[in-house]
Ligand binder design. Sequence first.
Ligand SMILES: C[S@@+](CC[C@H](N)C(=O)[O-])C[C@H]1O[C@@H](n2cnc3c(N)ncnc32)[C@H](O)[C@@H]1O
Length: 196
Amino acid sequence: MENARNIAFKDFGKRDGMTTGQVADVFTKVADTYDEYMFQLWTRGFRQIDGLDPSTGMMTEAMKKGVYTDYYLEFMDGHTIGKLATDSYDGLVAAAAFNTGLLPCAALLEMARLVKPGGLICFGIPHACFTDVKEYNNRLEPLMQRMELDGMWKLLDKKHHDDFYDNANPGNVFRYIVHASDVDVKYYVEKLCHAC
Ligand SMILES: C[S@@+](CC[C@H](N)C(=O)[O-])C[C@H]1O[C@@H](n2cnc3c(N)ncnc32)[C@H](O)[C@@H]1O
């Protein structure tokens, strides 16, 4: 348990080399000690909120909050989540989801598919992750920019936070407005590979 806590909250590098299922299991082990950021949406008046996370433990804890309409035990990794139709959502928040062993770059493509044109996608990324996380180095930022150049989305704003993740890990919270949802995932994944 102590080890799981360390891997979940402190020593993110230990997630390098773990399978996606193993990472989800780590979060299942610590789920009961976890604070749910999504709860903030409820307190601000949102009433139709779905959740998604591959960890069973996180789902159990999240459902105790009583704020989710539906919850999907799924990975967001660029594959098309069959249960979720294109343009299903007005907005999507990926909270504490970009870091070692968590969402891969291609997740952005599935996120864009799920949100309606005119809708909002919001996610935070610690500055260091753009270079220190192997999956993101020279890939995540170019993908975000390429999607904008191609008219898939437009950056609304990015806000700097000095104290990301409560451990003096500075980063930005990005907000993008989706313009198109007909995502050619193969095209972007190929571009990602060229950037490797
Ligand atoms: C740092 S926790 C954040 C949990 C929650 N979003 C929050 O803000 O309270 C990271 C979460 O990402 C989940 N995760 C890991 N890989 C994922 C993937 N490919 N797609 C979706 N969630 C993933 C883990 O199971 C874990 O619950």
